[in-house]
Ligand binder design. Structure first.
Ligand code: PLP
Length: 355
């Protein structure tokens, strides 16, 4: 039976990416050595990281004056590196969920943090808009897609102050105007790679403005200067990222990823809205295309465990919702074929008929 992985991350990757990565772990490029045992300083790995950086720039249209980095530590380390490098006096944060809340907590260690908007009052089921941004803040921090709650802001953020965005779970799913951001970052383990590598796109001239001393490893300038190789980088996850970036380019780039994301989301939300057993959790206008969250309607609310088992029997993996929201979450990252979504819909319809 064909299986579809709807897990939120680590998550589905194109089959080609996993095969190429597995092959490189045994014999990299026919050299007769595994990429695992090769020096990151070898010319062979240098070619990998160079191409991965170039492809990130090409696919996202990264302008001159920005650096692309592949680091360790996850998006969670960025929560602290961002204020370390950018917060001099005051920073503005939009709180749209658990991850944004964690980012706020770290920033508070470095200076004044103003929570300019929050959707906590409704368990983060909407994306706050039309809030005031203090002109004297050093930056505005936002999370474009809220993986746990299934809300997403699909436009670029307009702000009079520099914008720093956590795009962990929607990077490369649509075109983005990078020039509107001072920094974009995220864990790569959803739309780009296996777990273990973090991507950072940062405007070079915005760095070096804070007065504090920054530990070497936490200073973005260290990694820019050394081309993400100040220390040993996560070699295999970067190789896997390169394979995904090549795949995205071959499929038609972010424009095609955008089209596919919309197609998947339109199909699945239409079924959620139609099916008597299910209802969506996020407000319609802020629904995420990457993490589609839904619960059972009141009449069927006791059937949650039954539906999970029913779906699993039909090859639908990883749809259990995050414990903060409950219900279900179908993560539909770039690599999810529309057939996967159709299989989930068929399963929801069969379940409806059964009850
Ligand atoms: N930010 C968002 C939006 C996420 O979805 C996640 C993880 O799922 C994180 C941050 C944390 O990422 P990491 O596990 O790489 O630290």
């Amino acid at each position: 039976m064909k299986k579809y992985n709807f897990g939120a991350g680590p998550s589905i990757l194109p089959q080609e990416v996993m095969k190429a990565t597995a092959e490189a772990c045994v014999d990299f490029n026919g050299i007769g050595l595994s990429l695992m045992e090769m020096s990151h300083r070898s010319k062979e790995f240098q070619a990998v990281i160079d191409e991965a950086q170039d492809l990130m720039k090409e696919l996202l249209g990264v302008p001159e004056g920005y650096s692309v980095l592949f680091l360790g530590g996850g998006a969670s380390l960025e929560f602290c590196m961002v204020p370390y490098n950018f917060l001099e006096n005051k920073a503005a944060y939009v709180n749209t969920g658990v991850w944004a809340t964690k980012a706020v907590k770290e920033a508070k260690l470095f200076g004044e943090v103003v929570e300019v908007a929050s959707s906590k009052d409704k368990n983060f089921t909407y994306y706050p808009k039309n809030f005031e941004i203090p002109q004297d803040a050093d930056y505005l921090h936002v999370t474009s897609n809220n993986t746990i709650y299934g809300t997403e802001y699909l436009k670029d953020f307009e702000s009079p102050i520099p914008v720093i965005c956590d795009m962990s779970s929607d990077i490369l799913s649509r075109p983005v105007d990078v020039s509107k951001y001072t920094m974009i970052y995220g864990g790569a383990q959803k739309n780009i790679s296996m777990a273990g590598v973090t991507f950072v796109i940062v405007k070079d001239e915005a760095l070096g403005k804070v007065s504090r001393a920054i530990p070497t490893m936490l200073d973005y300038r260290t990694h820019i200067k050394k081309g993400s190789m100040f220390n040993t980088p996560p070699v295999i996850p970067i190789y896997s990222a390169l394979q995904t970036l090549r795949w995205i380019k071959a499929q038609g780039g972010v424009v095609e990823m955008d089209r596919r994301a919309q197609e998947r989301a339109d199909l699945l939300y239409a079924e959620i809205d139609r099916n008597k057993c299910f209802k969506g959790t996020a407000v319609k206008e802020d629904r995420s295309r990457m993490n589609i969250c839904f619960i059972m309607t009141d009449e069927y609310k006791d059937l949650e465990a039954e539906f999970l088992a029913f779906a699993l029997e039909r090859g639908i993996w990883g749809i259990k919702g995050h414990r903060d929201v409950g219900g279900f979450r179908a993560s539909c990252y770039n690599a999810m074929p529309v057939e996967g979504v159709k299989a989930l819909i068929a399963c929801m319809q069969e379940f409806e008929e059964k009850h």
